[in-house]
Design a protein around this ligand. Structure first.
Ligand code: AMP
Ligand code: MG
Length: 289
């Protein structure tokens, strides 16, 4: 019996081929690599990411997120996906004393136009004005003109969910990379994990059933008045980071690795390690410039 089972397992492994595809989603490129008998499970995984983008995007006018942002002082019933991401966000805001704050949208939208915020804009920022009710699964914005921006957390969650979709279709050997937010299942046949190169830290890690995210890439910046401001905003000042920092986080889920990498970029290495060192599997901080 044991012989038959191992022969069957061997046949299955032999039949698994490597498939890889890249599609544009969430304003970036998504790469999925799987070992499977055919490529079809990838379609469902990409579709799941597209579906999450429809809900969580702050670029799409009619996203669930932007519909919520057009309300104030009214609890709004939200989807499970949206609630899960908001709940994780608020938890991180509390843990980081507001260094991580998805209500920073009014500022990021100005940053995109190459502008810094005034006091009126800053008055519309503050995670304590985002009130969640788990029992009724509602979200409420306490001020008019608030803008949520899940740019630091939604990609990690989308990668988690794409992997979950693949697993549901029987594909366990998979790697999903939503730009720099990467989530791995089991490794390729015969391998203990997926080799993932680390930029700009250098070197590589072997990733299996875990997630890795890097934040603070020096490429995304705006020059305003001769100063280089990163797309990562310090909610205390309303300004993009000017220090050169790149943070890589390995954690169990993309929903953790993605926002924690952003949060530590804002907090700096010392405070970041104090809060997260023991909550993540690996925390690498480098100053590339
Ligand atoms: P990431 O590339 O994951 O580090 O996320 C950066 C993106 O998160 C930015 O482009 C903004 O959309 C958003 N963001 C910027 N600053 C913050 C912050 N302090 N907390 C939460 N999200 C932020
Ligand atoms: Mg992030």
């Amino acid at each position: 019996m044991r012989k038959i089972i191992s022969a069957l397992l061997f046949a299955c492994v032999l039949r698994a081929e490597r498939f890889e595809a890249v599609e544009p989603h969430m304003g970036t490129l998504v790469r999925i690599t799987i070992y499977s008998k055919d490529a079809s499970p990838m379609r469902a995984a990409f579709d799941r990411i597209a579906q999450l983008d429809e809900k969580l995007s702050d670029y799409k006018l009619d996203s669930e997120l932007n519909r919520l942002c057009r309300t104030a002082n009214k609890p709004v019933k939200v989807s499970e996906d949206f609630f899960r991401v908001l709940e994780a966000s608020v938890k991180l805001s509390r843990l980081t004393s507001g260094a991580f704050d998805v209500t920073v949208g009014p500022v990021t939208h100005l940053w995109r136009l190459g502008k810094t915020p005034d006091a009126e804009t800053m008055a519309r920022v503050g995670w304590r004005n985002l009130v969640l009710d788990k029992r009724h699964r509602t979200a409420e914005l306490k001020l008019a003109g608030m803008q949520l921006d899940l740019g630091a957390i939604a990609k990690g969650y989308a990668a988690d969910e794409a992997l979950k979709t693949l697993r549901g279709l029987g594909v366990s050997r998979a790697l999903v990379a939503v730009s720099g937010d990467i989530v791995a299942g089991n490794g390729p046949p015969g391998a203990r994990g997926w080799r993932v190169g680390l930029e700009p830290a250098g070197g590589e890690i072997l990733l299996r059933n875990a997630a890795v995210s890097t934040s603070g890439d020096a490429e995304q910046f705006r020059e305003i008045g001769g100063i280089r401001y990163s797309h990562i905003i310090d909610p205390k000042t309303g300004l993009g980071l000017t220090s050169a920092i790149a943070v890589t986080v390995v954690a169990r889920r993309g929903l953790d690795a993605d926002p924690i990498a952003t949060a530590v970029s804002v907090m700096g290495e010392l405070r970041g390690r104090a809060v997260f060192q023991r909550r993540v599997r690996k925390l690498i901080v480098v100053a590339p410039r």
